[in-house]
Ligand binder design. Structure first.
Ligand code: S3P
Length: 434
């Protein structure tokens, strides 16, 4: 599918965005392991979360769809998943594969997991390694590094004190989920704080998770109690519209009921440092997650230097941040972001290449990017590389570029934000009509 985006001067409106991808996955997974029912509202019906839903059904979990974004999950309790008859297909979703491996490690069944070509290239040893230390048997291509993977879990796992070499919420979550099946305390220490949705939702389901600095711990064999979960809007989806508002000459976008978990909102800190006019209002808490409204207005932006602990807190926003930086005055330097090479595409390479096609000046570093902002962008044909966030970031760039930008492979957007093209068209048309 091609997505065509014309230059727009103006983008205005108040919107909500679909439910958070990370939280939707976790609500399904924890709901499946809990006692009693979990009703999920505002579940993200993107391909990634639907892959988790399908896999859990194959594992014997009863999940009913009761309407637009409303699911009823009948929890099976810990250790009661059924052996799947067929291969589990995680599609494009790293979260599905890695978190499910953590859960499967504690169930005495055999399962095979695979995914699409992109997922089969992504490193799985970062989770298979600690899970093997806990007692799971796992086989895969390149000595367990790549999917397809086969796993045989154990009824009882060994607790683990794990120091993760990467700041990854997927690694942390896989180990914590496996830790639920271990007798004793399991801990994960990460080099910088990654998104903490698993810890928060475990707490919400009644499992105490202790945090000391960069270490989180839980005691295994605790009971999870099913609870209603209303999923906040996805901050990473909102970021595309917030970015667009900041860089267009007449932009003003408010996103309501969006998740404002500080482990996810590093992008707002960077926008602010670049000189963006923005306001944030926390209005409540949904299932242990802060929720509120964010407004961003058209702003004169300047380049910044970022790196260090903020990187995991804005990791999924770096593609669109690259676009913002291309529209800012001066140089932006992003360092310490080598993790981007292991996402749905090598996002350092793909963003530099595709933004370059529009005339942006982007240099690739081993662990980041240097963006020389302020060069005029010219509409062109660009590629998504099968990566939803690259596709949407390029659509935002297309709003600024003169003429028309055509994004090839735009169907990748369905992974996390199926109504993105419609919402973008609505906001730009409404603004044009004014
Ligand atoms: C996610 C964690 C992040 C993020 C991904 C979702 C999660 O990946 O990029 O989109 O839901 O835990 P890593 O844990 O690999 O950094």
């Amino acid at each position: 599918m091609e997505l065509k985006v014309g230059q727009a001067k103006r983008l205005e409106g108040t919107i909500t965005v679909p439910g958070d991808k990370s939280i939707s996955h976790r609500a399904l997974l924890l709901g499946s392991l809990a006692h009693g029912e979990t009703v999920i509202e505002n579940f993200l019906q993107g391909k990634d979360c639907l892959a988790t839903l399908r896999c859990l059904r194959q594992l014997g979990v009863k999940i009913e769809e009761e309407g637009e974004g409303r699911l009823r999950v009948e929890g099976r309790g810990l250790g009661n998943l059924q052996e799947p008859e067929e291969v589990l297909d995680a599609g494009n979703s790293g979260t599905t594969m890695r978190l499910l491996l953590g859960v499967l490690a504690g169930n005495p069944i055999f399962a095979v997991l695979t995914g699409d070509a992109s997922l089969r290239r992504r490193p799985m040893d970062r989770v298979t390694l600690p899970l093997k230390l806990m007692g799971a048997e796992i086989w895969g291509r390149q000595e367990g590094k790549l999917a397809p993977l086969a796993i045989r879990g154990q009824r009882k796992l060994r607790p683990l004190e794990y120091t993760s070499p990467v700041a990854s919420a997927q690694v942390k979550s896989a180990v914590l989920l496996a830790g639920l099946y271990a007798e004793g305390e399991t801990s994960v220490t990460e080099p910088a704080l990654s998104r903490d949705h698993t810890e928060r939702m475990l707490g919400y389901f009644g499992v105490p998770v202790k945090r000391e600095g960069l270490t989180v711990r839980l005691k295994g064999r605790a009971l999870l109690q099913g609870r209603p979960v209303r999923v906040p809007g996805d901050f990473s989806a909102a970021a595309f519209f917030l970015a667009a508002a900041a860089i267009l000459p007449e932009g003003r976008v408010t996103v309501r009921e969006v998740g404002l978990n500080p482990t996810r909102t590093g992008f707002l800190e960077v926008l602010e440092a670049m000189g963006a006019r923005l306001s944030v209002e926390v209005t409540g808490e949904w299932a242990g997650e802060p929720v509120g409204n964010v407004t961003v207005e058209s702003s004169a932006l300047r380049g910044v230097e970022i790196g260090g602990e903020i990187i995991p807190r804005l990791i999924d926003e770096i593609p669109v941040l690259t676009v913002v930086a291309a529209c800012a005055a001066g140089k932006t330097v992003i360092r310490g972001a080598e993790e981007l090479r292991y996402k749905e595409s090598d996002r350092l390479a793909t963003m530099a290449q595709e933004l370059g096609r529009l005339g942006a000046k982007v240099e690739v570093l081993p662990d980041g990017l240097i963006i020389h902002g302020g060069y005029p962008l010219q509409g062109s044909r660009v590629q998504s590389h099968g990566d939803h966030r690259v596709a949407m970031a390029m659509a935002v760039a297309g709003l600024v570029a003169e003429g028309e930008t055509i994004i090839e492979g735009a169907e990748a957007i369905d992974v996390s934000f199926p109504n993105f093209p419609t919402l973008l068209a609505t906001l730009t048309e409404e603004a044009r009509g004014k």
